[in-house]
Design a protein around this ligand. Sequence first.
Ligand code: PEP
Length: 266
Amino acid sequence: MKRLIVANWKMNPQSPKDAERIFGGIRRTAVKLKKIETVICPPFVYLSLVGIVGNRVSDKRLSFSLGAQDLFWENPPAGKGSYTGEISAEMLKRFAVKYVIVGHSERRRHLGETNEIINRKIKTALKAGLRVIFCVGEKERNPNEDYLRFVKEEVIAGLKGIQRKFLGKLIVAYEPIWAIGKKGSAADAPEDILQMVLYIRRILLLVTDKDSARVMPILYGGSVVPKNAESFLRNAGIQGLLIGHESLIPKDFNEILRIAEKIKTK
Ligand code: PEP
């Protein structure tokens, strides 16, 4: 299986010109890679721009895909979309979107997204045929191990009632909130991530099935930079990375892509 390197642009950049520049800069490297699938998740307003630029080069190796940062928790039938400001799974699919991020900590924190809302979004996205990058992660790594309970609850509630036939389209992104946005200065340690990956797989065993618990891709996100990317990919038991800040800097992001390409997949 290819490694996934996901770019979460968040609410950036501010101009379409910059979006095209960043996208073009990443795509040139991404399409040449054989072992990596690069997923760009721009803000909704740039999906068509990025999608059109992306389609100019046919990508036979499927090394490059488009993702969205969110979706609405219902996929209403035509003419029933009275949800001001929201975007449906159906709309995303028509813009050639393959992946969608659900449950990012910034949406949990600033938009009040609960585990229940996230669970609805995951179900809606999967039913529509999208692949879901489901984010979980604790606020702090407190010594009494409360954080383990916190992550467990997020995983169990987020995946409640997901039909077995959809499990192959699920990806978990472990993103400890305390490590996000620190530009490399506060990333988690690979050994600790490995422990969390194994822990998440144990929880997956409770809510999915043996095969899914074993093979479901788990990504790490939180202050990944070229300097620490290799050690995460080699030692943390992960199948890819979710990258915020560095995904807006093509030079750095491409370096991470090249590092990921040269590491053997197990
Ligand atoms: C993120 O917000 O998903 C993220 C991983 O951000 P950063 O890489 O900037 O820590």
